[in-house]
Write a protein that binds this ligand. Sequence first.
Ligand code: C2E
Ligand code: MG
Ligand code: MG
Length: 634
Amino acid sequence: MWNYSYILPSFMVLLIFLNYYFSKPRLSIRINIVFLQLIVTELIVLFFDVSASLADEHYRSLPTYLVFALNLGYFVSYLARAYLFYCFTAALFGISNGKNSSFITNFPVFAASELITLSSVFTGAVFTVTEEGYKRGPLYEILYFCFAYYLASSIFILLKKRSQVSHKEFMGVGTFNIILVIGNIIRMLFPSYLVMNTFCLMAIIIIYLSFQNPEYYQAHNEGIFNNDAFERLLKEITDKKIYSILAFQIRNYNELREIYSRSQVKRITADIGNYLNSIKSPGEAFYLTNGAFALLFPKEQPLKPAHLKLSERFEGPWDLENGEVYLEISFVRILPGNLLNTAEKVLNGLSDALSRISDGGETEILVDAETLDRLEHLTEVKRALEYSVEEDLVEVFLQPLIDCSTGNTVGAEALARIRDAEGKLIPPGEFIPLAEKNGRIAALGEQVFEKVCAFIKEHDISKAGLAWINVNVSPLQCLRKDLSEHFLGILERYGVSAHKIHLELTEECLVDYKLLKEQVENMQKIGLRFALDDYGTGYSNLARLKHFPFINVKLDMSVVDDYYKEPDDILPTLVQTFKSMGFSVTAEGIENEEMAAAMKRIGCDFLQGYYFSKPLPMEEFVNKYPLLTATKSG
Ligand code: C2E
Ligand code: MG
Ligand code: MG
């Protein structure tokens, strides 16, 4: 009875096979191909299992070679099935055999098991059929071993790479593998119950429900594939390196959704889907989401013909139930050439281009290898920024400020640094704008401020002749109403005198001076001072500066450099004006002796630049100024 318990599920597998085989469109990706091989193999196993069982029972009335052949067919397909279940897990996790993404991975155990089984013809290793009928051989256990080996490999991959798949996929793979483990154990403990088929059928049904339902990869009624299918196919193709993509975005898609009903918008996207189906060859068509479509050509393909056809088609109207509508589209061409670009990198490039279209209405964007590299770098910087801010890893470098009259170091500017995954420094020009964009600037600025306070607490800076340290404040930080409270809190926590810190603000900070006024007054009351940074890069209004309690103006290095290359009367006059307004003046970007002399001559009070020192990590700064003695316990 047990032996035939799989007859009903086997009908189900047959139905799955037919449904799957005739469903359209079907995506030609590895997991689909392996699945098809798996159900065909399963049907073969079932055939041999039933026929070999019958032949074993009635061996007296059948020729020996036939009984042998049917049993051999069973064992060979049984082992193939074990291997294919493993291949399915491997394909889902993108495990391939080297760079050419061969389907065949982890092959030797399977090959050896099959060879041993085939050798039974001569050796009787796995089984024999004699006049007394079918009998197991000494290596019969190889069946269990092979299955167990591939199950263990699947579970190993599953646990090691779980972050690569969605929770749903993880559960699907986990469940079918556990079912197979249970089946294998029962079969080993009770070899007379041939239950393995039933468990394998259950596993196939789970795979079908979790991964192979044709709807899984289809965009609802657009008649083409969806975003998941696009990502999966791309992952496989990028292994092989050659492909090109023509994507387009309906620019007025959001408007469309506001004006027309859901069903009308669906009808339009379905019509576009049908149209793409008619021109997609030799590629595949996808509906990505939100009015974006893509044609993916798994070859190096000139995109011009498809591009022209689409442009022409979109010059005409699209039908609605009672009327018609014109759509504007923007194209994205992705031509990574033969460079090895990961799918993630390409998807990143595409989504960046599509969002640029939605934001700014560009009509044509080319995403080439260079764009992808730039975006990848940006992603890396974003990741490093998040990590450094989150883990308190923002580093502070110090660059000396030199007093013109004595030539001594009288202060330093604190400059933020973060590191990428390999430990290389990322300059602030790359991460400060990102931090300002994603709101991390406040936390970052606070970290720098705090680390400077800790430095001042730990080192008696006055012993080395340093009177203060400058800390940069971003315009976006200035918008925070509680900025002064934060700074004051930190100063108190470290017991550091506010006089030892100067805050560098740029002109942008002063745009909303009303907002800033109260905070500035609070900060000023407890002794913080202010310097105007990067003078000469914005639209300076001297009258406005007069109302702000700056003590120092820092000339931007571009201004210094211009004067150095082409001296005139403007800068000297300006320096004198600042001084008459009561500000001291610092010149930034001093790279050589002549620059230093020129700036000194026109009346600058302080100098900063590579000529004196590059910004240094705090430890190096301490080594450079040995008089920075450590002050124990504050
Ligand atoms: P900045 O405040 O104007 O800082 C001076 C910049 O000029 C520094 O660049 C410094 O390394 C560079 N520099 C100094 N001397 C020379 C020189 O002789 N030649 C050349 N070519 N460059 C010189 P860095 O460290 O890359 O910082 C760039 C900008 O990033 C800073 O300009 C500042 O606006 C911003 N920044 C740095 N740290 C922070 C921070 O903690 N918070 C905020 N909000 N901004 C920061
Ligand atoms: Mg600065
Ligand atoms: Mg500056």
